[in-house]
Design a protein around this ligand. Sequence first.
Ligand code: DGL
Length: 269
Amino acid sequence: MNPASIGVFDSGLGGLSVLREIRALLPHESLLYLADSKYAPYGEKPETFVEARTLQACEWLLGQGCKALVIACNTATMHAVQTLRERLPVPIIGVEPGLKPAAAASRSKVVGVLATANTLKSAKFGRLLSSLAGESRFICEAGLGLVSLIEQGDLDGPAVRERLDAYLTPMLEAGADTLVLGCTHYPFLSGTIREMVGDQLALVDTGSAIARQLARKLAEHGLCADAGALPRDRFVSTKDAAHLHAMAAALLRVDADAETAVIEPAPAF
Ligand code: DGL
């Protein structure tokens, strides 16, 4: 039994969509959420920055005593998970766009994928796409601008709707019946997407699969918290604790104990 926290990392608020699934599945585990909102969005930053910054953030989480890390960010996973696994001495659970479940679920065998520009251009995503090429046609769109709007708390305003319309229309025109939410920020747009496209697109989000994978890894490494443990969660932002507190309340309905941390990038950046 191990009472230490599980570190959950994202470039910003998106990882909260993964955290809510972890909280539901593992009620006795303490969670330490780190939102690097000062440097979001990662999806439109140089890839070398994403890798170095993710490593730095995860080292900070280990410094806080975390027993395992969830990289609740597709972009960071795509560009840094291999380095993290080579360098850090704890189990690391990454996320990737749910192309496989989407291809299996699609009837039209045309699947839309909405993810960040950096996720779509990563070698890891390229390999995933090629491995499933025979199973479905994937129409990929970079959700430019969406992460910044969500970070500001805009989930359904005109700017969000205009962008979603531009990204989803080509998918619908190509016959897509399934949409992969390939960025952990996007599940917070599910309601707006549903309003806009009705049931034309089934939405695929991997948050609950990640929580199950985390549970398996904790058990495998003997790291589970005691079944009677009372969890103590911490929510940390590199930008603004009050905003993180407000967004956690709005998105997850939790009264989060939020703090601001100063984690400055190495001088090269
Ligand atoms: N939540 C991150 C992801 O899953 C967003 C990346 C960003 O900051 O652009 O990709």
